[in-house]
Design a protein around this ligand. Structure first.
Ligand SMILES: NC(=O)c1ccc[n+]([C@@H]2O[C@H](COP(=O)([O-])OP(=O)(O)OC[C@H]3O[C@@H](n4cnc5c(N)ncnc54)[C@H](OP(=O)(O)O)[C@@H]3O)[C@@H](O)[C@H]2O)c1
Length: 349
């Protein structure tokens, strides 16, 4: 249930909930878009006759909330509807909630059990805790390359290196992330929309963060025609230029390091806006910049069974590594064959 909500719930975590009575599932819920209602309330809302809930058990992937935010505390509803037992996979690390809800439920006479539902739930919750406590959103780098690691020809042709199945899975990754970062050159060369074009998931296109250090992007580019997603433009604090105003576009000043926008400051700004999952689709310089700052948490790498040769553009530009001990190390998590392409998923070691 929680997995259904991934990519849609920020600034809240994706949570799943199931209501069970006498061995029968009465209802299931997951955090709704924008984070409201929470999973428990979504599950409760599915049950017409609330009296049936008395004595039921509630399973939650995360401790229910006990504070007032956009919604009133879920524990109040759980107590009011007389659940007899709540089974929680993990306590919330949010200081506003941590163990407080469990205490409140127990004081109200409801039995509470903390029971680990498994690694998948832990990983989901960790993404939320990392962004809440350490201001570190999960950053996924997506690359679509030839077998020899080239992402475009030297004349910047990149459509299409990988096959239609890879591209479809690529769009799924867009739907699982709340926002994307994109380099100026990719915007200029490809003029992309960076939306999710899967049937039924069209409303899950991520918000965009564009690196436009010198504010040189032309306003007739496709991204400037987007109306229903938030767009942020990062530009250098050295630039003194008039900014043009569009309703959904915001500008954020960033300091420079070696004639590039400071990547650590960029991520800090994104985290201040409470995004928890960022997808990066290149280009080569942006990917290198993030790797150089050790900011990439996972890589999803689609490789076509095609060769381009050394005149193509490398997936990742110069990392200035001259000692083998300094290679950027990742752990191979899975590989999948997608017709004649291969998808490898790596996690930071
Ligand atoms: N197959 C794929 O998966 C894929 C995906 C994306 C792109 N591509 C291809 O990649 C090519 C573009 O890649 P690229 O490497 O030339 O450019 P890029 O990474 O898209 O953009 C780099 C530019 O962004 C600006 N920038 C500002 N701060 C930066 C920072 N901290 N780190 C990196 N860049 C920063 C710089 O321009 P300023 O000097 O103007 O600030 C820099 O030259 C295109 O041909 C595109 O088709 C392929």
């Amino acid at each position: 249930m929680a997995l259904r909500a991934v990519g849609t719930t920020y600034p809240n975590p994706p949570v799943g909930a199931i209501i069970v009575k006498n061995g029968t599932i009465l209802s299931r819920g997951w955090t709704q878009p924008g984070g409201t209602p929470h999973a428990e309330i979504h599950a409760i809302n599915q049950i017409k006759n609330k009296k049936n809930i008395e004595g039921a058990h509630l399973y939650c992937t995360l401790e229910p909330c006990s504070h007032y935010g956009k919604t009133s505390p879920c524990v109040n509803k759980i107590i009011e509807l007389k659940f007899s037992k709540v089974i929680i996979s993990q306590l919330d690390k949010n200081p506003l909630v941590k163990s407080k809800s469990v205490k409140k439920l127990r004081t109200a006479g409801i039995k509470v059990v903390i029971k680990n539902f498994g690694e998948q739930v832990k990983i989901l919750n960790k993404v939320f805790f990392d962004s809440l406590i350490d201001n570190k959103p999960l950053i996924t780098l997506k690359i679509a390359s030839t077998a020899d690691g080239k992402i475009a020809t030297n004349s910047h042709q990149s459509k299409w290196i990988t096959n239609s199945i890879s591209r479809m899975v690529g769009h799924k990754f867009r739907s699982l992330n709340e926002c994307m970062i994109i380099g100026t050159d990719t915007i200029r060369k490809d003029n992309p929309l960076l939306d999710c074009r899967l049937d039924g998931l069209n409303n899950r296109s991520p918000d965009l963060f564009v690196l436009d250090r010198k504010l040189t992007l032309r306003k007739n580019l496709k991204i400037f025609s987007i109306k229903n997603r938030k767009i942020y433009i990062f530009y250098s604090d050295k630039v003194k230029k008039k900014i043009f105003k569009l309703k959904n576009i915001k500008y954020i000043k960033i300091n420079e390091v070696n004639n590039l926008l400071n990547m650590k400051s960029v991520i800090k700004e994104i985290s201040k806006l409470k995004y928890t999952r960022i997808l990066v689709e290149g280009g080569a310089k942006l990917s290198a910049s993030l790797l150089n700052n050790d900011l990439i948490d996972e890589i999803v790498w689609f490789r076509a069974s095609k060769i381009m040769g050394s005149d193509g553009i490398n997936a990742i530009s110069n990392l200035r590594i001259d000692n083998i001990d300094n290679l950027k190390k990742f752990k191979l998590i899975s590989t999948k064959t997608l017709d004649n392409d291969q998808l490898s998923v790596y996690k930071k070691n």
